[in-house]
Design a protein around this ligand. Structure first.
Ligand SMILES: *Cc1c(COP(=O)(O)O)cnc(C)c1O
Length: 384
């Protein structure tokens, strides 16, 4: 029996999005500026309770420009989460600065105690840390209060990597509200998409202006092309901003559907020994703090479960169902072998025991049935 492949998180595109793109094309604004860009920026700023938003060609570009606008460059150090997607660390390297990798706590978020230790230890070695770059892993906002406290003490800024957490909240504040600036992503697999895109959110007008300037080739405001800085071509097109507006209008519905899907997994794994849901295990606990249910992941203790996350992954792969380990920590990546690290084994264990499951809001009922049935069969075979 052959099956259509089921993916973890595919773009959720409806007629609303199709019409938005068509309207943008027909309006004649097929360029990296236009009314959709302005509206998308205004709506994203409002949604995240920010004064300014600059939409960009990717979340990586948003991180890169955020760092540049904070004055980060060669010879400086940026403390960031080891448990993240490579884009976070890559953006630090683009500026010429050195990422310093810090381990997670059990929730997957950067461990504030290790952050403090990293800063102190780097200082003793003669290196000042210039910026904190925490990551909202799988849509869950990190302990921003603890990090803000450390950053304040040190007199350094926080740039929030909120690429995965659009729509999530912490103590009533949207994920994009934290830090001097926050970067979000609209890549194809994220909670909402512009096919590719991102945004930088801030309350600092000078920072937003600088980001917009650097994103448009650092062109001086004169009629000829005059340049006094190295610039980038990082702006988002008006067509894609139209797609983004359509997605944003459906964001709450898409989050709600992902929440429903997490509920199915919660039920399915409720009585399975050795399996824990990762991230928001109980969304009723505190309504003001909620992740965006981007990817539902489980942690499997093989000693207790009698099977490992890789066994389930292979079983699902055999039925054309995609699942994947949680991010491989940056301090274990060959490309960052020489980077300083402050680790205690937690993120490595999360990588070894964690598995992200199909979670996309575009999954149909019959696809969800297939996923749940396949996992049920797997568990029953193990329990026998
Ligand atoms: C997706 C992602 C990025 C990069 O965003 P792009 O839009 O793909 O460039 C950065 N950081 C994290 C944590 C991400 O998940």
């Amino acid at each position: 029996m052959t099956h259509d492949r089921i993916h973890m998180s595919l773009a959720d595109i409806t007629e609303i999005e199709e019409n938005a793109v068509l309207d943008a094309m027909r309006s004649g604004w097929v360029a990296p500026l236009g009314p959709n860009v302005d509206r998308f920026e205004a709506e994203l700023a409002a949604r995240n309770d920010r004064a300014h938003c600059v939409v960009l060609s990717s979340g990586t570009a948003a991180l890169h420009l955020g760092l540049l606008c904070l004055g980060i460059g060669a010879g400086q150090r940026v403390v960031t989460s080891s448990l993240t997607f490579a884009a976070t660390a890559n953006a630090v390297n683009y500026t010429g600065a050195q990422p310093v990798f810090v381990d997670s706590d059990e929730s997957g978020s950067i461990n504030p105690d290790l952050v403090a230790e990293a800063i102190a230890s780097e200082k003793r070695a003669g290196h000042d840390v210039s910026c904190l770059l925490p990551v909202d892993l799988l849509g869950k906002v990190v302990d921003q209060e603890a990090l803000a406290h450390i950053a304040e003490e040190q007199g350094i800024p926080v740039l929030a990597d909120a690429a995965e957490s659009l729509g999530a909240r912490r103590h009533g504040l949207p994920s994009g509200k934290f830090g001097v600036a926050a970067a979000i992503s609209f890549n194809g697999n994220k909670i909402m998409t512009t096919s590719g895109g991102g945004a930088l959110l801030t309350d600092d007008k000078a920072l937003a202006d600088r980001a917009r300037y650097l994103a448009t080739q650092a062109r001086q405001p004169v009629i000829w092309y005059e340049h006094v800085d190295i610039g980038y071509n990082y702006r988002l097109s008006n067509v894609l901003a139209g797609l983004g507006l359509a997605q944003l209008s459906r964001l709450d519905a898409m989050i709600e559907r992902r929440r429903m899907i997490r509920g199915l997994y919660r039920e399915l794994f409720a009585d399975v020994p050795g399996v824990k849901l990762f991230g928001q295990p109980d969304e009723s606990a505190d309504a003001t703090t909620r992740d965006n249910f981007w990817l539902t992941s489980i942690l499997v203790d093989p000693a207790e479960a009698g099977w490992a996350s890789a066994d389930l992954m292979n079983h699902l792969a055999g039925q054309s169902i995609e699942s994947r380990p949680i991010w491989k920590p940056m301090h274990l990546q060959p490309v960052f072998a020489d980077a300083p690290r402050y680790v205690d084994g937690t993120s490595e264990r999360l990588f070894n025991t964690g598995l992200s499951l199909p979670s996309g809001s575009s999954l149909t009922e019959s696809q969800l049935d297939r996923v749940m049935e396949s996992i049920r069969t797997f568990i029953q075979e193990r329990v026998r």
